[in-house]
Design a protein around this ligand. Structure first.
Ligand code: AP5
Length: 209
């Protein structure tokens, strides 16, 4: 099953992709994680992406399209994948349509007010990609999966979150109609608790137990 997770920043795309991928035995492909890894390693792609990511702007289409095209050609994608954070513009969706066949697009809906609270409290592990929220960390500062230090993403600072939401509404939200017109869209309430959200996504994909 080839699936896209669509939704605003902080909707829970990454959190839910980890759970759904584990259940379905397919890889999660997060363009945000790939770009952050490249930035950490200082690769040419990472250096080119840094100024966009830190400001909450979108990295140029050509860069992310090439990243995803190469990634989907890997053998572990043969039985399916979840695309988390791609496509994010209509040109990206059109390009994807030329090299991949998508079975479903899950649109995770959450209000802007809730998103701001989620993102300002998010803490992440840059080592293994673990994602947490301060409200459930009980003061812990290390990743419970690998022990590395948890940090606040630069683009989770309040002013950058507002830019990311504006970018989402202007450039990514049009994909909701784009995929609805193609009969692929499944909308899920992302404001419900995490387990309920996972169950709703699996049901929408026809994978509920
Ligand atoms: P990316 O990393 O993709 O960021 P994003 O889309 O803004 O998404 P987030 O990672 O912020 O949120 P999420 O929906 O995954 O939520 P999460 O599960 O973490 O991209 C970063 C940047 O890279 C972009 O700004 C851009 O510059 C660049 N980029 C990436 N892809 C690109 C592309 N295709 N084109 C161009 N540029 C690109 O959850 C958020 C928080 O909420 C966590 O603390 C979590 O614990 C909590 N939470 C989650 N679900 C729930 C729930 N149900 N109830 C309560 N809390 C919850």
């Amino acid at each position: 099953m080839n699936v896209i997770f669509l939704g605003p920043p902080g909707a829970g795309k990454g959190t839910q992709a980890v759970r759904v991928c584990e259940r379905l035995g397919i890889p999660q492909i997060s363009t945000g994680d790939i770009l952050r890894r490249a930035m950490k390693e200082g690769t040419p792609t990472g250096l080119a992406a840094k100024s966009y990511v830190d400001k909450g702007e979108l990295v140029p289409d050509s860069v992310v399209i090439d990243i995803v095209r190469e990634r989907l050609a890997q053998p572990d994608c043969q039985n399916g994948y979840v695309l988390d954070g791609f496509p994010r513009t209509v040109p990206q969706a059109q390009a994807l349509g030329e090299f991949a066949s998508i079975d479903a697009v899950v649109n995770i809906e959450v209000s802007d007010e809730k998103l701001t609270a989620r993102l300002s409290g998010r803490r992440v592990c840059l080592s293994c990609g673990g994602t947490y929220h301060v409200s459930t960390l009980n003061g812990a500062t290390a990743c419970e999966k690998c022990g590395a230090e948890l940090i606040q993403r630069k683009d989770d600072k309040a002013e950058t979150v507002l830019s990311r939401l504006a970018v989402y509404h202007a450039q990514t939200a049009p994909l909701i109609d784009y995929y609805a017109q193609r009969g692929l869209l499944k909308t899920v309430d992302g404001a419900q608790p995490m387990d309920a959200c996972t169950a709703a996504i699996l049901e929408a994909l026809g994978e509920a137990k």
